[in-house]
Write a protein that binds this ligand. Structure first.
Ligand code: G6P
Length: 369
């Protein structure tokens, strides 16, 4: 088994470290940065259809649902199509309004999740076009969808999803640019710029992983916490949700993810000296706002762990801990900001003596309702 874990103590750690490779595999043969072209063979027959859709509905569960929320930002920003993201389990029982002008994107690592399958069947009956984003080749979901894109992250053994999540976000990024390209909502010049940045992400993840020792020290400080809050704005909000899910799944610490600006409508009441608050506070359009959210937490004695863009001196002077990630375009921040959160959860769970790869009560895929 040690051999299977590639020298790591757990599959989860191995899979975290595989991400530069898994993301590269997800992009291979699909992007041509010099020419500003995205090619997705799995959906190319639906190119005409993509020009005429009115709306996209993303259905998924768990971590895949979080990837869907990142996808919502990317698709709306670049392809300018309205997107809704639904929990598959809710969608199927809601008598949803769907037509032939809707595109449904079902996201599933395993391709076997019962609720997601039922949501697909329902949307299909109502005439929607269904794309799948799956990791397991030949699984049930890819077989019932009209078309799709495999994430190619390779087998994921750890129950808590890591590399499958970043591969899903990568696939959604490609899909956002692909749809934008077909609908003419993005210029060739911009595509060249974005694809060049996207192509560098695997190397930047490699750099982000170098914070591992520092993150281990931070984990030692907070391993006995009972609660933890994760805050982010824009597409970093789903990253916060995913960070909280990871921590609660494997360490059993109660954790919540919130949009940073919503903190004042509830979670702020929980903040005291015992409360670690993780901020995704990278340099982007909402940086200033996040800085003021950090000040609000500090004023109440909360302990701030901030994920920042390298060289950010403003937040360094305010937070207990800063974890730097490399500079990248705003669209790609989720791919980098996720890495330190995975490592933080991992180390905290190990220090608490938890079964990291097989947390209690959880299954890798849920094939019953
Ligand atoms: C289970 C797993 C999660 C996963 C979710 C959806 O709860 O423990 O890691 O995110 O199912 O699974 P899927 O295979 O559809 O992505």
């Amino acid at each position: 088994e040690m051999l299977e874990k590639g020298g790591y103590d757990h599959f989860m750690m191995k899979e975290i470290y595989e991400q530069p490779r898994s993301i590269r595999d997800c992009m291979r043969g699909r992007i041509y940065p010099e020419r500003g072209i995205v090619q997705l063979g799995g959906i190319k027959e639906y190119t005409e259809k993509l020009k005429n859709i009115d709306r996209i509905i993303i259905v998924a569960c768990g971590t895949s649902w979080h990837a869907g929320l990142v996808g919502e930002y990317l698709i709306e920003e670049y392809a300018r199509v309205p997107v809704e993201v639904e929990y598959a389990s809710e969608f199927r029982y809601r008598n949803p309004i769907i037509s032939e002008k809707d595109l449904v994107i079902a996201i599933s690592q395993s391709g076997e999740t019962a609720d997601t399958m039922a949501a697909i069947e329902l949307a299909k009956e109502k005439g929607a076009t269904i794309f799948g984003i799956c990791n397991v080749v030949g699984a049930s979901i890819p077989r019932i969808t009209h078309a799709g894109v495999y994430t190619h992250a390779g087998p994921e053994i750890g129950v808590a999803s890591t590399k499958a999540f970043t591969a899903q976000v990568t696939a959604l990024t490609l899909m956002a640019f692909y749809i934008a390209q077909q609908r003419g909502t993005i210029t060739q010049g911009k595509l060249i710029e974005y694809l060049t940045e996207l192509n560098e992400i695997p190397d930047l993840i490699e750099k982000a992983l170098q914070a591992n020792d520092q993150i281990k020290e931070i984990a030692a400080t907070y391993k006995d916490s009972n609660n933890c809050l994760f805050l982010g704005r824009g597409s970093s909000f789903p990253v916060a949700l995913e960070g909280a899910l990871k921590l609660k799944e494997i360490s059993y610490i109660h954790a919540e993810g919130y949009p940073a600006a919503e903190m004042k409508h509830g979670p702020i009441a929980l903040i005291d000296a015992e409360m670690p608050v993780v901020f995704i506070a990278t340099k982007n359009s909402s940086h200033e706002k996040v800085v003021s959210n950090i000040q609000e937490v500090k004023a109440r004695g909360g302990k701030v762990i901030a994920i920042v863009t390298e060289g950010d001196t403003i937040i360094k002077g305010m937070a207990e801990h800063v974890i730097e990630i490399p500079q990248t375009g705003e669209a790609f921040v989720p791919l980098l900001a996720t890495i330190p959160l995975q490592l933080l959860s991992y180390h905290i769970a190990v220090m608490r003596g938890c079964n990291v790869d097989q947390p209690r009560n959880l299954a890798k895929s849920v094939t019953v309702e």
